[in-house]
Design a protein around this ligand. Sequence first.
Ligand SMILES: [Zn+2]
Ligand SMILES: [Zn+2]
Length: 372
Amino acid sequence: MDASNRYQWRAHTSPVNAQWPAVPSLLEDEIISSWLVRCALKHGCEPTTLTNDVWPGHRIWCSDPDRCLSPERLKVLSDLSGMTPESLQASTLMPVCRSITGDACFAQGTELWFLCLGVRNRRRCGGLQYCPRCFAEDEPYYRIQGRLAWHTCCPIHKVILLDRCESCHAPLCPHLVKPPQEDIGHCHRCAAALSKAIVQPESPDAAAFQAATDRLFGGYTQQYGNVQLDLCAWFELAHWMLGILRSAVRSANPCISCFFENLQVNLDTLHQPPTGLRFELLSPVERANLLSDVWKMISAGPERLISAATQYTIRSSLLMPRSCRMPVALDGLASVLQARQRGMSGHIHPDTPRSPASVLMRWNRLLRKFQR
Ligand SMILES: [Zn+2]
Ligand SMILES: [Zn+2]
């Protein structure tokens, strides 16, 4: 997406024959929860009051309202608001999920590549992002992009997105904004104008990864070495790279550092996020740091990666973690590692002895098993 094509996921849609007296249009790329809150504020009521009226007994704000709405619930909302069920459905994350996984429903819990709200009752831990400059220029609203984990910057203003109020550090909870506020652009807790937050410039490499990924949703492919990757293969490769980057930071040694230096990645500047949480729960800055290195690794190409892995004899457990499949795009690396394992008669020795802390952790786990 660039400035000349500001919407990517869905176009502006206006209501027709609405029963409600004041229905705002669905703005470009607007996510459905943002529009529901703006509907409520336009009618001078709290979002919960409006949604209780639409779906009595359904506590929509205690779950993730952007993931999907059943056809029955969409029909009720469509009748009241004058928006077609199709335009409402297009404002959820469902079409994006279908493009990535091929499934028309989300997995329970965290879904790869979708930010997690961390909902507890109506409170959240994060999972929604915005651009202060966009909020300052137009009517504030949240975009579908604000829920996607590979989005860390605004392609129009070239700044890092924010996922909390800069004044009080509260996670963004627009569904808790209530009258007398008339728009969604204020913090629910301290009422600070979110458009006033200080912005940081984007990470160019993370922005490049974001733009390349977005292009794949248009049915294009992305070149990696001699191979053209489609959306699934691209995400598989990026997920694997994120995994090995985070493992490498935990168990860095000179060989691993040289391997990554060969791919233009400086492990010394990459810090493990202090929470150690999974990618979909990290802040925009933490994700931008990781994705920036993923972009460098992708740009280096598969041949360089395989040759560096061979040159520095990187252990298989780092490059073939049990938690993640080896990407199809790196079949060549899998063959090299398997051949090396056979050469070692199946015995794999780590590059360096484990640290005392790591041994202690393993010992404690073993004791815990015996104590069952
Ligand atoms: Zn912006
Ligand atoms: Zn605040």
